[in-house]
Design a protein around this ligand. Structure first.
Ligand code: AMP
Length: 282
């Protein structure tokens, strides 16, 4: 069956009916995206199919999660190619609303991400996670999925979505998906298409730093090894390198045991990139 494109709320209701979602226990999994779809997004769609009878993909470049001076206007928009990707992956419905469809002109209420929204990535992008959680909650309410799939590439985002679902009793089961990388280690990202060939070489320092850190044992050694790789690539303008508690995104102490997330954000040329790996300590 062809993928159904829904631009507004009414079309979304029709699409759910056409697919038979909810009938005889038929379930729906949502993959929220901002489009410019790549192999990472495709892996999320495949995982979504394992968790539900039908898959919905939303394509929406959310103005609320971009700060002033960020790349909202120039964010890549490749809708026709994205539709082909969704069709090839057996997606049932693509929800692609305009910003005016999503946000009322007199809107006032937003989701507050709380303390985890202000550290790490949140410290460099004030308000970003409030914008993310607001749009994700709206997408959940509009699409009404049983499950939703998010990439661990955006680890803090995934942690905050799990937090929101728990704290606000949102009836959606959240599924985390592994990070898909190029053969040389670069994590796939819609923003990679901004990178010049020289930038792309510089960008490899991020994953190299994470993999170097992952070879070490203690928090101090992990941080030192990762930092050394970044220091050797001065063209990568590092915003942060943290070894964080996955539940809070605060830096872990030297005696931390269990899971920790080694995360990096850096600007390469005009492009800001993030990446992370999950480590088990002690
Ligand atoms: P975006 O379109 O960048 O907002 O991403 C949409 C979803 O795809 C998010 O849940 C991301 O975490 C996920 N994603 C982006 N890049 C990757 C990747 N390289 N591997 C796995 N998931 C990814």
């Amino acid at each position: 069956m062809d993928v159904i494109v829904a631009d507004d709320r009414a079309e979304l209701v029709e699409a759910r009916q056409a697919l038979g979602v909810g009938e005889g226990g038929s379930t729906l999994a949502l993959v929220p995206t901002m489009g410019a779809l790549h192999e990472g997004h495709r892996s999320l769609m495949r995982l979504a199919r394992e968790h539900a009878d039908h898959v919905a993909v939303s394509i929406f470049v959310n103005p609320l999660q971009f700060g002033p001076g960020e790349d909202y206007a120039r964010y890549p928009r490749t809708f026709e190619a994205d539709l082909e990707v969704c069709a090839a992956e057996g997606v049932g419905v693509v929800f692609a609303p305009a910003a005016e469809e999503m946000y009322l002109p007199d809107r006032q209420v937003t989701v507050s991400a709380g303390p985890m929204g202000t550290v790490a990535e949140g410290a460099f992008r004030p308000g970003h996670f409030d914008g993310v959680l607001t749009v994700v909650l709206k997408l959940f309410n509009l699409v009404r999925p049983d499950a939703a799939v998010f990439g661990r590439k955006d680890a803090q985002q995934l942690a905050l979505i799990r937090r929101m679902v728990a704290d606000l009793d949102v009836p959606v089961s959240v599924v985390g998906a592994p990070t898909i990388r190029e053969a040389d280690g670069l994590a796939l990202s819609s923003r990679n298409r901004y990178l010049s060939p020289e930038d792309r070489t510089v960008a490899l320092a991020l994953s190299r730093a994470l993999f170097a850190g992952a070879q070490e044992g203690t928090p101090a050694e992990i941080r030192r090894a990762a930092r050394a790789v970044l220091d050797a690539e001065p063209e990568a303008d590092v915003d942060y390198l943290i070894l964080a508690d996955p539940a809070t995104f605060a830096e872990v102490g030297d005696d931390h045991g269990g899971e920790a997330i080694l995360a990096v954000a850096a600007r390469v040329g005009t492009t800001r990139l993030i990446d992370n790996v999950v480590l088990t300590l002690g």
